[in-house]
Design a protein around this ligand. Structure first.
Ligand SMILES: [Zn+2]
Length: 260
């Protein structure tokens, strides 16, 4: 009975999120599966940690959303998350859930917490960084670039990444027996994951140019026409970069866990 109730609860949260345009239908299905896998592996505690990520990043993406809409010219996707965005941010955590379900081990808690710390840090950095009045600095050219450009940093975004990661680390520490050392490591892994995201975004992520208006964009279609590939790996879009940074943060956590 309890289990039916919890699966029902996850389904309701995913559906309500789709209703309020936080998730596209494909994103709601992916979020439901992510929730079920994490619950199967870590129980309610895992769901609470996922909930902190989901709730805060959803609220932040709605925060000053009309101002962000003016920036959506640059971005591939709008505010409602599709399945690829959900998998990019929650995929590694869902894998940890499956892992802990099949083969229980404290190492999966490290994977769960460090990947969510990275996802939360990165989402907070993106959602708050774009509101910075100062144009961000590209980590590739060290020049000021338009707000919202991948691979660029701002003081506001960097601070947001640190706080976002810290929130997940502290929540994880209150739920799981991590101890101060691992809490600190998870916080740092979250920050490192966000930095990896920035550098992959700057050096490897695909960038396109509109054939009509010449604007640089992450979109494959602009002004109703297919865009021209300018730099980066064609298949490596923002979602792939996000997934890789969360996955790498978790992988670094695994390596540290094995060493210590
Ligand atoms: Zn255009």
């Amino acid at each position: 009975m309890d289990q039916v109730f919890i699966i029902g609860f996850i389904a309701v949260v995913a559906s309500v999120s789709a209703y309020f345009q936080l998730l596209k239908p494909s994103g709601a299905i992916a979020a439901f599966l992510t929730g079920v896998f994490i619950w199967a592996g870590f129980g309610i505690k895992g769901l609470i940690l996922l909930g902190v990520f989901f709730l805060t990043s959803s609220l932040l993406s709605k925060y000053k959303s009309h101002r962000k809409q003016q920036l959506s010219e640059l971005h591939q996707k709008g505010a409602a998350r599709d399945w690829a965005q959900v998998a990019a941010n929650g995929g590694t955590a869902a894998l940890a859930g499956i892992g802990n379900f099949l083969l229980p081990d404290p190492i999966w808690t490290i994977v769960l917490a460090s990947s969510l710390a990275s996802a939360n840090g990165d989402t907070w950095a993106s959602e708050l960084g774009v509101l910075s009045k100062v144009q961000p600095l590209s980590v590739k050219s060290f020049k000021r670039v338009p707000t919202g450009t991948s691979g660029a940093i701002s003081a506001v975004g960097t601070a947001a990444a640190a706080v976002g990661s810290l929130l997940i680390a502290l929540t994880a520490a209150s739920l799981f027996p991590l101890g101060p050392g691992w809490t600190g490591i998870i916080f740092l892994l979250g920050v490192v994951g966000t930095m990896i995201d920035t550098f992959l975004g700057a050096y490897l992520q695909a960038e396109f140019a509109c054939v009509t208006c010449n604007r640089l964009t992450e979109k494959t279609i602009h002004c109703s026409l297919p865009t021209r590939h300018v730099s980066g790996i064609v298949k490596l879009d923002n979602d792939a970069v996000n997934f890789l940074s969360c996955f790498t943060a978790a992988l670094a956590g695994i390596v540290l866990y094995i060493i210590f």
